[in-house]
Design a protein around this ligand. Structure first.
Ligand SMILES: NC(=O)c1ccc[n+]([C@@H]2O[C@H](COP(=O)([O-])OP(=O)(O)OC[C@H]3O[C@@H](n4cnc5c(N)ncnc54)[C@H](O)[C@@H]3O)[C@@H](O)[C@H]2O)c1
Length: 322
């Protein structure tokens, strides 16, 4: 049977991807160095029984000769810190995993004749001057700032993908993923939905940076994972960059008020200064995903936040899956 490799398997998207692939009956190998991911996220998938875990850094060249990886036919390269809190604390590791790590995974794909989906990001558009963003927009990114280690490393990761596609014909697909959320995010992850929901359940004020008028487009994790699966499956997406995100845009203040209403918290809102280089707007054009993949998100923000609040409440009350 063909095997799928998921890098960053113990992280938020990685563990959801492992769950989805195992539910489809696929054999899966997961790699993770557990820098931001948690073993607990994989506790439903003990070694053996269709899942093998390799605790290793994805930049380690020994991976190329590992027996467990010789018959891998699909690679989801999801390893990388994703929250600004974590990537800004580990800038060099973030650069390495998205450059050296991406090159190594592409090389593995080349040797195995495997397909590869690379998790790039809407951050490749930086603080966009064009709104909404389609894949042809080249971005407004700052090399000289606290977000550069992530944004620019992802952009260079895309360049590696392009060269492996062009020179070696590796069936590479690049997903520019926009903000994805669900209860799978760590409480201390630092991204906006995990912050808001954790604060709401604790009865604390929700922290809004700036005046909250900045916008984001939030995609529920099930929709994102379905998009990534289709990207892998569809050969029309080979050598393509595709936005995977929800095209419904909300201000951060609207999201805060929705969390307050749905959770019934007694907390209010606390305003803090906007971090440097924080994007002011963010909304994907998803025409390409609709055309190539037949994909569009199905879960509304209201529905997704409702599910997320219920799951966090259960977890914070009784220690369930994170
Ligand atoms: N979640 C989002 O909204 C979002 C948006 C855009 C892009 N992405 C991308 O999707 C991927 C997954 O994001 P996430 O939200 O699940 O983040 P996450 O931090 O929850 O998971 C990342 C995982 O990668 C692992 N990892 C990091 N560096 C590694 C290395 N050198 N070797 C092996 N494992 C390593 C971490 O331990 C963690 O388990 C990332 O590449 C991220 O940049 C995510």
């Amino acid at each position: 049977m063909s095997k799928t490799l998921v890098t960053g398997a113990a992280g938020f998207l990685g563990s959801h991807m492992v769950a989805r692939l195992r539910a489809e009956g696929r054999e899966v190998v997961g790699i993770d160095n557990l820098s931001t991911g948690k073993p607990d996220n994989l506790r439903s998938f003990p070694d053996g029984g269709g899942f093998v875990f390799i605790g290793c850094d994805v930049t380690n060249p020994q991976l190329l000769s590992m027996r467990e990886l010789t018959d891998v036919t699909e690679i989801y390269h999801l390893a990388s810190p994703a929250s600004p809190k974590f990537y800004q604390a580990h800038p060099f590791e973030t650069i390495e995993v998205n450059t050296t790590g991406t090159k190594l995974m592409l090389e593995l794909a080349r040797r195995n004749g495997a397909k590869l989906v690379y998790s790039s990001t809407s951050e490749a558009y930086g603080d966009p001057l064009v709104h909404p963003q389609d894949e042809s927009y080249r971005g407004n990114v700052n090399t000289w700032g606290p977000r550069a280690c992530y944004d620019e490393a992802k952009r260079l990761g895309e360049v590696y993908c392009y060269e492996y596609f062009r020179r070696y014909g590796v069936r590479v697909k690049v997903a520019r993923i926009f903000n994805t959320y669900s209860a799978g995010l760590r409480n201390d992850d630092g991204r906006v939905i995990s912050n808001f929901v954790t604060q709401a359940i604790e009865g604390a004020d929700l922290t809004v940076y700036g005046d909250g008028s900045q916008t984001r487009s939030f995609c529920y994790v099930d929709d994102t994972i379905r998009g990534l699966r289709l990207l892998m499956e569809k050969s029309v997406a080979d050598g393509e960059i595709v936005n995977i995100g929800n095209p419904v845009e909300h201000t951060i203040l609207h999201v805060a008020h929705t969390v307050i209403r749905l959770s019934g918290t007694s907390g209010g809102i606390r305003y803090l200064p906007l971090p440097e280089d924080d994007p002011k707007v963010r909304r994907p054009v998803i025409t390409k995903a609709e055309t190539l993949l037949g994909w569009r998100p199905e879960v509304t923000l209201e529905e997704g936040l409702g599910r997320t609040i219920r799951a966090y409440r259960e977890r914070m009350g009784g220690g369930t899956r994170s």
